[in-house]
Design a protein around this ligand. Sequence first.
Ligand SMILES: [Zn+2]
Ligand SMILES: [Zn+2]
Length: 141
Amino acid sequence: MPTTLTETIERCRASGLRRTKALEELLATLMQSPRPMTLAELASSPRLRDQCDKATVFRLLQRLAEKGIVRRLGLHERAAYFTLLLPGSHQDYLICTGCGTIESVKAPCPVHELEDEIRRKSGFRNLYHELEFFGTCPACA
Ligand SMILES: [Zn+2]
Ligand SMILES: [Zn+2]
């Protein structure tokens, strides 16, 4: 098992989530995906479709989001995307308000310098940020 997956399972356990096969498969699926996934995509993914139903996947995602292990992105229930929040790595996103499509921002994150400055001045540790840009995608324009 890759270290980050083991670490994430450990974080789940530390925040009181029961370690189940479904939880492990969900975390592994999110970790292997190059982009955030919808509930429907997760529920029908190879690792999960025989493991549990959509309602179970949704409940797990909600609990993981509450514990800060999963980040929920997007506009509303139907167009929500989920991605793992891994310590030390981050991604900013661009979301279409028309069709709900999502992509990662392909530009160097402008916030890191600001983050360093805030860290120095405030004394805060484990600083992170989340950026979501909204607009109309070329297909919807
Ligand atoms: Zn669109
Ligand atoms: Zn950023």
